[in-house]
Design a protein around this ligand. Sequence first.
Ligand SMILES: [Zn+2]
Length: 115
Amino acid sequence: MPMTYDELKDLLRKQEQELKAQLESLDSGVHEMGVGYSNHMADAGTEVFEQARNVGIRQQLARSLADAQRALQKFGDGTYGICESCGGIIDLPRLEAVPAARYCLRCQTRLQNSR
Ligand SMILES: [Zn+2]
């Protein structure tokens, strides 16, 4: 049975909460780690690596969170499920796979290829 927009909205709300929680735990983790006060070079190297990795994860989480929030905003605007590029309806199976999708599959493909 296909999902309804209401169910997709719930899904996005849950995603938003989870992403926020993950970002918060990541931030507190980075704080506890401290910056560069290690006695061992190997540890220092690991810490730098860990921090670089966390920054990457953090950026990814922040981007996903922004996507989810933008999608939720669209529910308020009544534009959810409408492609931002061509104004067409985004297929429901695509929204089920990617609830925060901004473009229909055709536009997404076109945008990716033109990069
Ligand atoms: Zn489109």
